[in-house]
Structure formats: C-alpha cells, structure tokens
Design a protein around this ligand. Structure first.
Ligand SMILES: Nc1nc2c(c(=O)[nH]1)N[C@H]1C(S)=C(S)[C@@H](COP(=O)(O)OP(=O)(O)OC[C@H]3O[C@@H](n4cnc5c(=O)[nH]c(N)nc54)[C@H](O)[C@@H]3O)O[C@H]1N2
Ligand SMILES: Nc1nc2c(c(=O)[nH]1)N[C@H]1C(S)=C(S)[C@@H](COP(=O)(O)OP(=O)(O)OC[C@H]3O[C@@H](n4cnc5c(=O)[nH]c(N)nc54)[C@H](O)[C@@H]3O)O[C@H]1N2
Ligand code: SF4
Ligand SMILES: [Mo]
Length: 879
C-alpha cells in the first residue's frame, strides 16, 4: 500500500510516498506530485524509515524514572500546574515548544497556555531559528510573510545565498537551483558566507565576508543603487516609506565601497562586481538563513537585505523576492498559531484589540494580555526560580540553547520539568521529572507549512509504539483535567485545524495576511485528502496564493512597505586575548540537529563520524596542529574537543564546529557550551554563530576504535565519540596515558579482560577482543597514531554467531584490513578512497563517476564534494 506524507526534517517540506506493509514502512521515495520536490528526496529523507525502529523510542510515561500509567502521569501534571497557578500565579507555568510539532499540536498548546491558564510564557526553538526574520518581516511588511515561492528560483537571473549552506541544509531546493542554472546559463549565483561551503559549488562569486558584517554589505549596496540610479522611485512613491531616512543612515554607516571593504573584509573588486550584478538584474531572489538570523543584530541584517529589494521594487514579482529559508519542517506553522511568546495566535500580536478578539473567539476564561518571556529570558526566569513548572515539547534545549551550564542549572532548579519526547535517549530527558512518550513522524497526523507557505499533510502510516500518544492528545488530556474539557474536546486533528483556520479569518476582512479561512470548513475526509496548498487561502483565493504583495499592498497601517534604517554592528561576543578566535557553528549534510533520530542510522554517520573543528592552515600551523589531531576550544564558559580538519575554506582566525553532537554522542562535543547567552535585542534570537574561543592541542598517547555488541554498557574516560555501525556500536577513543596493562584497562572500562591475547602488529597497533559462545562481545583496536582500517568488515563479524578460531585470529590481524575513508555518497555508500581510485583510473567528471560508481546519481547532495575531489585529484596530477 502507498501513502502520501511529508518529510519531517527541513523546511523545504518535500512530499514523500511511503510504501507500507503490515505495520512496517518498507521504503520511502519522493512524491512526484508534491510541488516542493517533484519526486526528489535528499539522503535524510530517504533514510527516514530507518529511524522509526521502536527500540530507540520512549515507550512509557514515567515519573522520577519510574514507569507509571498515563492517568497517573497526566493527573500529576495537571495537579502541579494547578498548584503552581494557585500559589504563584499563571506566570509560574511555562512551555517551551518546537518547530517540529505539527500545527495542530502547537495550536492547542498555545490555546491552553495563553487563553485558559493565562500565561504567555510559551516560547519555541524557533526563537533560535527564525525569530530575526519574523521581526524583520513585521517591520518591513507589517506581517510575518515570505513573499515569494520556490518557482521564483527557476525564473530568477540572480540568486543570492546569504548565510545559507543550502547544498547541505535545503538540498532539494539547491538542486532546483542547480537545474535552473543548467537550463538558464545566464543565471548567476552569489554565496555570501564567511566559509567556503558546499553551496559555493554553484557560485559565480563567493563573498567570504567577516562574520556579522552583512548589514554593512547591504547598506553599501543600497548607497550604490541610489548613487548609480537603480532605485525604483515609482514603486517607492506608491508602495513604500522610509527610503530617504534609510538611505541617509546607510550612507552614514557605510558610505562607499572602500569603507564596505574595510568593514566586511572583502576586496573592492568583488564588491563592485556584486553591486553591478545586483543593480543590473531585475529578477533577483535573495535566499537567507541562519548566517543572517543567528546574530545579535539579526533583525537589522534581515531588514538591510529587504531594504535593497524594496528600493528596487523587487518584491511580489515572478523571480524577484527576498526569501527566508525556514529551517524546521513546521517553523512556519508555529509562527501561524502564535508559538512565539510575543505573538498571540493566527499572526495576531498582544494589542488590546487582538487580545479581545482572540479571547472572544476562544471564549477564553484567563486570557494573557502581555507578551511572555522569549527563550533566553524564559530559561533565565527558570534559573531564578520564578518558573515552577516547565513543559518542554519536541526540542532538546540542553543541547541547542546557548550556555549549556546555565540551562542545566535552570532545569535542576525548576520544581517540575515535564518533557514530551519521542526518543528514549536525549540529553534533556536526563533532567526531566516527568517523561511523556510522544508519537513521531510516520505516526502523527496533521499539517506542516514549509518555507513557501505551502501547507502539507503529515499522515500516519503506523500506530505509535508502546504507549506513545500524539502531542495534541496529551495536551488536551491535561487541559481536560484542569477543567477545560469543553474547549479541548477535539475528536480528531481535523477539528483543531478547522478551528485554527476559522480564527485566521475571524474579523479579518483583509487586515491580516495570514488567512486560511478558505480551509475552515473542510470535512474530515477533505482534510485527510488535503493536497499541498499555499496560504493565504480565502474564498477569494480558494486555490492558494503563490506570491504575496503583487498588488503593492502591505499590512502596515499605511498599506506601504517600510524601509528600515540600519546601522551595522559588531558581534556582542567579543574577541579577547583569552578568546582570540571567532567561533562559527552550524550544520552538516547528513545529521539533523541533536542527532536523536539521524544518530540512529549508521548510513548517516559515515560522512562526518566525530565532532570536528574546521581550521585554516595558518591557524593549524600557529597551534602546531595536524589534520585529524584532537584539539580543544575553550573560553570562560567551557570546552569543546573535536578532530581537526584543516581547510582553506575557513578564514584565518575563524573556526567552525558542528551544532549536532550531544552528551549522549561524545565526551566534549557540545558546541553550545561555548556560546554566550546573548541575543538580538529586537528578536531575542541568540548569537549562535559568533562565539569567541581559544584553541589548543589535546595531548594523546593513544587512539582507539571500539566496537561493542549493543547490549554491552561501556564505561569510558578521556575522549570518546559514539559512531553507530550496522551491527555493533562503534566508538572513537583517545587518552593521554598509555595504560600499564591493556588487560587491566579492558577490565576496568569494558567489564572484562580480553579473551584473545593482545597482539602487537608491525605498525605498533594493539588489538583485543572478547567473545561469548562464539559471538563477538567487543573488539578494540588501539593505535599510537590516528590511522584505522575501514570498520565495516570488522563490524560484519558481530552478525556472526559461530566464529571459528581462524576467524577470531583474523580479527586481530591488520593484513586483512581495507583502507578507511570518509563517506562521500551516502545513498550508495561510496567513500573517498573509492572515488579517488576511480578518478585515477579515468573518471574525469561527475557523470563518469556516477556511471562507474552510482555516486551522486540519487539525491545529488554529494555532487559538490565529488567536484571538489575531481579538482583535488586534477591538482595533484599537475603538481
Ligand atoms: N542537514 C541538515 N539540514 C538542515 C538542518 C540540520 O540540522 N541538518 N536543520 C534545519 C534547520 S532547523 C535550519 S534553521 C536550517 C539552517 O540552514 P543554514 O542556515 O544553511 O545552516 P547553518 O549551517 O546553521 O548556517 C549557514 C551558514 O551561515 C554561515 N554564517 C555564519 N556567520 C555568518 C555571517 O555573519 N554572515 C553570513 N552571511 N553567513 C554566516 C555559516 O558559515 C554557515 O555556512 O537547516 C535546516 N536543514
Ligand atoms: N550553536 C548553535 N546552536 C543552535 C543552532 C546553531 O546553528 N548553532 N541552531 C538552532 C536552530 S536553527 C534550531 S532549529 C535548534 C534545534 O534544536 P532542537 O530543537 O533542540 O533539536 P532537535 O534535535 O531537532 O530536537 C527535537 C527533539 O524532539 C524530539 N521529537 C521529534 N519528533 C517529535 C514529536 O513529534 N513530538 C515530540 N514530543 N518530540 C519529538 C526529537 O527526538 C528531539 O529530541 O538548534 C538551535 N541551536
Ligand atoms: S530536502 Fe531532504 S530533509 Fe529537507 S524536506 Fe526534502 S527530503 Fe526532507
Ligand atoms: Mo532551525
């Protein structure tokens, strides 16, 4: 049987066709009907069915670590909330939600808190993600709305990628750009990013600017556009306001190209080229993402970019738009229901009229009338003891919020921490008093909205495992126990969606951009069968709306768009003698956030298996570091340890680390330990991309790889990183002291001495293993240097039940090894050495490699890396 649904990872929002058989997802593929992806899927999407295994799931509700019935857990949640409200007021209860909840989950959570308990302390991880864009949109358009659509990428003649590594993070959109470039050779792509990323593969120009200097760049562009006569005065006159003051502020901030060069670290020639291209290209789409948002001046950066679009009238037209790429699958849906503490519901704010309107619509007994705490303020209030009950849903704040120690202190201080979670092993669950098992992708039923305002259905394919329940059901059950049964008596998510849609149209009459009242009368069957549709959806526009603002009307009081005067700012986290390096953080191709799901899939672990530090060769030389050494980043807050990757793609003085590793996956691989809790004063979004650190080497006497049968609990010291394999659990290990006895070491750390005697290999390696009834328990490979063989053949031995004496002996021999290499193509599991060998034997193009090895022929996410290998090999030949 086949079922259509939507991918739960990035904001591209690809449609999926799942193939099902009795309670199992056999395979997933791209839905050819879905407008976002038209049949394509990236590697994360295509491995979704591998993440649904019940073994890794949270299956039962528990209180203080003891499994309890749902009734016991829900009664306790409701009782404690009631007690906190009675004793300390509604403001002592808070929720911290997530852009990975479905719209229906989000809607009822917000309604319960803001309308029925009377607490506006409801914020979401979208604060860390899209808050600066929300604030920037509202300032410019009077509404939080993405003006364009994906099709604009196929129409544009110039595409900017500003602070976006779309090749890895929005792969299917990136492939649409790639295809557009092939079809339209005059299409130019400009990447604006302090790092050379995989997205630079398509770039005609890469502006490797100084971190945080985007506003200076766009201010200088605005001045250039004005001075060179490229401003659309007719548009400005009729449809926008604030141009003169904005231009004057831009001129005072960054008056010319040479000052722009000083502020951004770019050279005059590149700046001029970029400015000329922008000035000359009517059809320009500016995609932007976290390099813009996650900044202490993120809102200003967003507006500095939108200013250039408004000044040239490039908005609401085919192929012309500023375009925020949303991160999470339902970042947009969360904004629609009012998941942010400073929004109410259906894009309404806390103005007295809106509070009154929503109160009447909900018939709410305890309407919150003031905005609540934004995420960082919220956790500060928790730490101060003001919040007595905190309910965290579908997010892992102990990993993703800045200043991990502060978050830990806050959660420890809080009287009751409730965590609704799908997976069993997350860092935040460790600090929960009550754990509530939630259904997950493949089980859930509801809607999500992607980056282009397209609402799609997630459909349930399987029943939830164990006793897991849907988030909306859990919230409604608590609401009923609090005495609000009538308002939370939904038989089905369709009823929640209908109410949400009706609220969006309630007393709207064209005043609010977000209006899906055209969907408020769907029957349950129509909801079940709902096809992707872009909001607004009203009786006037029943089939959805591709582009907004085409009529030149905006949602400000004057109906004109606003240009916002912006002065460029330096990052708040300052470089000092103790912390002289700029710390940039972000994503890798094959992992999703805190790895709770993608970290279950060995396939996704081979691209980058350990936490790492990207470093320029000059910085490596200054610190006497070699590629693959272990190094430490530290500052007054904490430390991070990862593998050095030397790359000329970094600017000197700047390091990049991934945001993904957690306490469950590594000894010291959490990057937010190093990020200070500082935020944009307008949006409240943390400055996650501009930390300050110092770097040093980590002394190591040995390195090891450990494979263990899954049930074995290991007790590790020193450096470790978990790297799941197909049959065994893998670890990278290292430490500074060579043990006097490895046999003792094994006893102490692995619970038993080796069965097979340790052997010293010719290359100085040691190997040991333990067996039980002919089955491998663990296998340890120790090396004084950092070189290890491919673990796959060794991992396969864990699937065997009767290893012969000869096979056991072979495990300890290095002459059986095959060379290891980083995985490049995850879809077909093709690694670096295999690709290099193919290039050396005559495959000199991506197509030839695809023909020979299949790499790059499925999802295409590895094509930039294939091209880089081709270039490297060609360079090696010429030298
Ligand atoms: N594979 C994968 N894909 C994902 C996710 C994932 O976890 N894994 N997460 C999803 C989510 S929630 C999000 S929000 C998106 C994020 O998608 P992106 O925004 O593309 O992701 P990041 O890697 O965080 O950051 C993008 C780039 O910003 C650059 N940058 C840093 N500082 C600056 C600056 O001052 N100016 C400019 N111009 N650039 C700067 C960084 O070098 C980095 O390359 O990805 C989504 N897609
Ligand atoms: N330094 C630094 N920090 C960052 C960023 C960065 O670039 N740099 N990026 C920020 C951004 S943009 C984002 S979006 C955040 C992401 O950070 P988080 O939201 O903390 O990351 P996730 O791992 O996606 O957490 C989602 C959790 O919800 C669980 N889950 C999945 N589905 C469901 C469900 O249906 N119901 C319930 N109840 N639980 C579910 C997952 O198992 C997982 O534990 O990180 C932010 N933090
Ligand atoms: S691009 Fe990949 S992760 Fe994003 S929605 Fe599509 S398949 Fe999912
Ligand atoms: Mo995000």
């Amino acid at each position: 049987m086949k079922q259509q649904t939507t991918c739960p990872y990035c904001g591209v929002g690809c449609g999926i066709t799942a193939e099902l058989s009795a309670n199992r997802i056999l395979s997933v593929s791209g839905d050819p009907q879905h407008p976002a992806n038209r049949g394509r899927l990236c590697v994360k999407g295509s491995t979704l069915h591998e993440t649904t295994a019940p073994e890794a799931r949270l299956l039962l509700p528990s209180i203080e670590g003891r499994a309890v019935s749902w009734d016991t857990a829900l009664d306790k949640v409701a009782r404690q909330i009631r007690q906190a409200v009675d004793q300390h007021g509604a403001g002592s209860v808070a929720m911290y939600l997530s852009g990975q909840l479905l719209t229906e989950d989000y809607y009822v959570a917000n309604k319960l808190m803001k309308g029925f308990l009377g607490s506006a302390h409801v914020d979401t991880n979208s604060r860390l993600c899209m808050a600066s864009t929300v604030a920037g949109h509202k300032r410019a358009f009077g509404a939080d709305a993405v003006p364009g659509c994906y099709e604009d990428l196929e129409i544009a003649d110039l595409i900017l990628l500003v602070g976006s590594n779309a090749a890895w993070n929005h792969p299917i959109l990136y492939q649409r750009i790639q295809a557009a470039k092939q079809a339209n050779p005059s299409l130019r792509v400009v990447v604006i990013d302090p790092r050379a990323t995989a997205s630079c593969d398509l770039a005609d120009l890469h502006l490797q600017l100084q971190p945080g200097s985007d506003a200076a760049l766009f201010n200088a562009l605005l001045v250039y556009l004005a001075d060179q006569g490229h401003v659309d005065h007719a548009f400005l006159l009729q449809h926008a306001e604030g141009f003169e003051q904005t231009l004057a502020t831009a001129r005072a901030d960054t008056p010319d190209i040479s000052i722009a060069a000083t502020k951004t670290g770019l050279d005059n020639h590149d700046l001029t080229r970029f400015f000329r291209w922008f000035a000359a290209t009517e059809r320009t789409v500016s995609l932007f993402s976290q390099g813009v948002n996650q900044s202490s001046s993120g809102t200003d950066k967003v507006n500095s970019l939108i200013n250039c679009h408004l000044a040239t009238g490039r908005i609401g037209k085919p192929g012309s738009s500023p375009f925020s790429l949303t991160g999470q699958p339902n970042a947009m849906g969360g904004r629609e229901v009012g998941g942010l503490a400073n929004q109410l519901a259906a894009h309404m704010d806390f103005s007295p009229e809106n509070v009154d309107r929503v109160q009447r619509f909900w018939n709410a007994p305890n309407m919150a009338s003031e905005p609540g705490h934004k995420a960082l303020e919220l956790f500060n209030a928790v730490e101060r003891g003001e919040i007595k009950v905190l309910w965290i849903m579908a997010t892992n704040p102990l990993v993703s919020l800045p200043d991990t120690q502060l978050i830990r202190r806050a959660l420890k201080r809080c009287e009751l921490v409730i965590v609704s979670e799908s997976m069993a092993d997350t860092d935040t669950l460790q600090l929960a008093d009550i754990c509530l098992p939630a259904s997950s992708w493949g089980e859930k039923y509801g809607t999500v909205t992607n980056s282009e305002r397209c609402i799609s259905r997630q459909r349930s394919l399987l029943p939830p495992p164990g006793e897991a329940r849907h988030d909306w059901q859990i919230i409604c059950e608590v609401a009923k126990r609090l005495g609000f049964a009538e308002a939370f008596n939904y038989p089905h998510p369709a009823a929640i969606f209908a109410e949400h849609a009706a609220l969006s149209g309630f007393e709207n009459a064209g005043k609010r951009c977000f209006d899906i009242s055209g969907l408020s009368r769907l029957s349950q069957t129509e909801y079940d069968q709902l096809q992707p549709i872009q909001w607004p959806v009203t009786t006037d526009a029943p089939y959805g709306t591709q582009r907004l603002f085409s009529n030149g009307k905006f949602f400000t009081p004057s109906a004109k768009a606003r240009l916002i005067p912006v002065s460029s700012q330096q990052p708040m986290q300052q470089l000092t003698d103790e912390a002289p390096l700029r710390l940039n953080t972000g994503r890798i191709r094959d992992q999703w956030h805190t790895m709770t799901r993608t970290g279950r899939t060995p396939t996704l672990f081979r691209h980058r298996a350990e936490p790492f530090i990207d470093l320029h060769p000059l910085d490596a030389a200054t610190h006497a570091l070699q590629d693959q050494d272990l190094a430490r980043l530290e500052n007054a807050q904490g430390q991070f340890i990862g593998r050095v990757r030397i790359t000329p793609g970094q600017r000197p003085g700047e390091v990049f680390v991934p945001m993904h590793w957690t306490q469950s996956f590594s000894s010291e691989g959490r990057c937010n330990v190093l990020i200070e809790s500082v935020a944009d004063p307008i949006s409240g979004q943390p400055e996650s991309k501009q930390g300050a650190v110092r770097l040093s080497g980590v002394a190591t006497a040995w390195h090891a790889r450990l494979l263990t049968a899954r049930h074995l609990s290991v007790n590790l010291r020193g450096y470790w990183a978990r790297m799941p394999q197909q049959h065994a659990m893998g670890y990278a290990l290292a430490d500074s002291d060579w043990p006097e006895s490895w046999s003792d070491w094994c006893l102490q750390h692995l619970g038993q001495r080796p069965d097979l005697s340790l052997q010293t290999q010719p290359n100085g390696q040691l190997r040991a293993c333990a067996l039980e009834n002919g089955k491998l328990l663990w296998l340890l490979l120790v090396s004084p240097d950092k070189h290890f063989p491919d673990l796959k053949p060794l991992d396969r031995q864990f699937a065997r039940s009767n290893l012969t004496a000869l096979q056991q002996l072979n495990l300890l021999k290095s002459d059986q090894d095959s060379a290891s290499g980083e995985l490049i193509c995850s879809c077909f599991q093709v690694d670096d050495p295999t690709i290099r060998a193919a290039i050396q034997s005559g495959c000199h193009s991506v197509e030839a490699l695809g023909k020979a090895l299949s790499c790059g022929t499925n999802c295409g996410s590895c094509i930039p890396e294939l091209k880089a290998l081709l270039a490297q090999e060609a360079e090696d030949v010429t030298h």
